[in-house]
Write a protein that binds this ligand. Sequence first.
Ligand SMILES: *[C@@H]1O[C@H](CO)[C@@H](O)[C@H](O)[C@H]1NC(C)=O
Ligand SMILES: *[C@@H]1O[C@H](CO)[C@@H](O)[C@H](O)[C@H]1NC(C)=O
Ligand SMILES: *[C@@H]1O[C@H](CO)[C@@H](O)[C@H](O)[C@H]1NC(C)=O
Ligand SMILES: *[C@@H]1O[C@H](CO)[C@@H](O)[C@H](O)[C@H]1NC(C)=O
Ligand SMILES: *[C@@H]1O[C@H](CO)[C@@H](O)[C@H](O)[C@H]1NC(C)=O
Ligand SMILES: *[C@@H]1O[C@H](CO)[C@@H](O)[C@H](O)[C@H]1NC(C)=O
Ligand SMILES: *[C@@H]1O[C@H](CO)[C@@H](O)[C@H](O)[C@H]1NC(C)=O
Ligand SMILES: *[C@@H]1O[C@H](CO)[C@@H](O)[C@H](O)[C@H]1NC(C)=O
Ligand SMILES: *[C@@H]1O[C@H](CO)[C@@H](O)[C@H](O)[C@H]1NC(C)=O
Length: 471
Amino acid sequence: MSFLIALPSLASAVVSSSHVLYRTFYPSSINSTSWYSNISPSTYNDSIYQTNTYTSATNAPYGTYDYCTMPHPRADVYQLPAPVANGSVRAELVYLQYIQRHQRRTSYNSLPGGENQAYDCDNVEAFLYASPNGGLPQPQPMHVFGKTYTDPSNPFAANYVKSTCQLPQLTVGGILDGFQHGKDLWSVYGEKLHFLPSVPNSKTWFRSSESVLTQQSAGGVLRGIWPYHTGPVPLHQQPEAVDTTNESFECDRRTTVLSEIENSTEWQSHLEAAAPLFNSLSWASQNESDFTFSFNSFADNFQARLCNGYNLPCNVKNLSQCATMAQAEEIFRGGDWEWNYWYRTNPQALLYTQTVEGPFIAEIIQRLQAVQNGNSSIIYEHDFLHDNDIGPIAGALGITALRWPGMGSNIAFELWKVRGGSIYARVLYSGQPMVTIYGTLDWILLPELIGILQPYAPKNIVQICNNVTNS
Ligand SMILES: *[C@@H]1O[C@H](CO)[C@@H](O)[C@H](O)[C@H]1NC(C)=O
Ligand SMILES: *[C@@H]1O[C@H](CO)[C@@H](O)[C@H](O)[C@H]1NC(C)=O
Ligand SMILES: *[C@@H]1O[C@H](CO)[C@@H](O)[C@H](O)[C@H]1NC(C)=O
Ligand SMILES: *[C@@H]1O[C@H](CO)[C@@H](O)[C@H](O)[C@H]1NC(C)=O
Ligand SMILES: *[C@@H]1O[C@H](CO)[C@@H](O)[C@H](O)[C@H]1NC(C)=O
Ligand SMILES: *[C@@H]1O[C@H](CO)[C@@H](O)[C@H](O)[C@H]1NC(C)=O
Ligand SMILES: *[C@@H]1O[C@H](CO)[C@@H](O)[C@H](O)[C@H]1NC(C)=O
Ligand SMILES: *[C@@H]1O[C@H](CO)[C@@H](O)[C@H](O)[C@H]1NC(C)=O
Ligand SMILES: *[C@@H]1O[C@H](CO)[C@@H](O)[C@H](O)[C@H]1NC(C)=O
């Protein structure tokens, strides 16, 4: 099969917005408050951080950094690798590994000062049931679903966010976005490239983390890909205690290297510069260190509200004192800087990435190697994971600048076999060839790509993880 398909002339639209995915807002050291408050080096007018409860698509130009609904491969803007597109080589897609963050959700972090808005998940039915496998005589289990409520007599709930959601859980917008995400993947890898099978089969393989969020995301996305498939579909998971994703496996060195990273002059000065911002939000944080040792908790709290049709929070003791969009943008700038620092610019980024993601990167390499050896039994793997998986993988690939990987952000490893020749790889980041320190990963010999990843997946990772006593 060849892919000499006439492409729509959308190239310029795609390229002009792609920088936004990689925009590097700051120098490696932020030591002045103005980095947060001065919009000139860091304007967010070309990014999106807000959407409605039920919206699953935006009309922003393709490639726009949209935290709530990150771009992903879509037929109307998908481009073949350059040498395939211009006909200089004839090649066939032989393997796709698609790794994505779950879709949008409620927050992990509630404000210590209290939450003035409830979270509503009455528009979601979170199914949970187990069934004896097909061979056994069986009644089908009751299709029970989780329905969260807050009992007014529960004394521990008095200061907790009023909610019909578990924190975190996928929201209705996240589920709808999952359907759209899957439908768009089918438009490329099903309709356009005739690569995916018409139903999931022994050549397809799905994986999630042990977190319910990623499992809920899988149900939505896979339904979008195969709207009419009726059978059950296995979603592979490793035991939580040793899961190689979501930082689940035990690794003491990960904790110590992170505290070394966050004890650095660069980290400390970015926090000092943020002191006025954190002070102005102390009604929300009560100055608790969870909210002030990094931008993570505030960003998570604000993102979950803005991405699901809520307002930014207000002070429960004074409802006319609310977080402003300007403050939220400063928080998001600080968050972007932190992701780039963790996985790209700090001097220990290699070691930190090994301890967060090394074992999973090793699994990716094994898959790629099997294709290289011509004995991969699967052609399509789809992994439903977290930002703290996407970030380190993108970092290991040498992404030029890493912004916080938004909801549904994704990395696609496409492997193309040249007719009678070698296997080439391309890596798409949120739908477009990833821009890295090794160049744009549009067409690279597979062994070279494996060579880029290899240092991040050391064989002695267990030894490294346990190596804390004399460090
Ligand atoms: C502040 O950061 C700038 C830009 O990264 C750097 O050139 C300067 O040396 C830093 N100043 C201090 C006092 O750390
Ligand atoms: C965003 O802001 C910058 C600097 O203020 C300006 O040059 C640019 O035109 C703006 N872009 C959009 C899309 O509004
Ligand atoms: C096709 O594209 C590749 C990669 O951009 C380039 O190296 C090559 O010269 C092009 N060939 C033709 C015939 O245009
Ligand atoms: C996944 O990671 C998040 C953030 O790192 C953590 O809070 C959460 O507990 C993890 N999920 C599970 C199910 O362990
Ligand atoms: C943090 O850095 C300071 C000085 O820069 C040093 O004295 C201290 O031991 C460090 N703490 C850790 C846990 O690395
Ligand atoms: C938080 O700390 C700042 C600076 O020390 C102080 O001005 C403020 O009153 C504190 N706020 C709360 C709620 O504790
Ligand atoms: C409530 O917040 C508003 C806006 O920040 C402020 O002007 C007002 O003084 C506050 N009221 C009280 C009683 O603190
Ligand atoms: C796959 O191919 C490699 C190299 O040809 C070989 O070493 C390996 O045993 C093969 N594995 C399987 C499962 O066939
Ligand atoms: C253990 O950590 C020490 C200090 O960080 C380092 O010098 C040594 O090479 C490490 N050993 C291994 C096996 O990673």
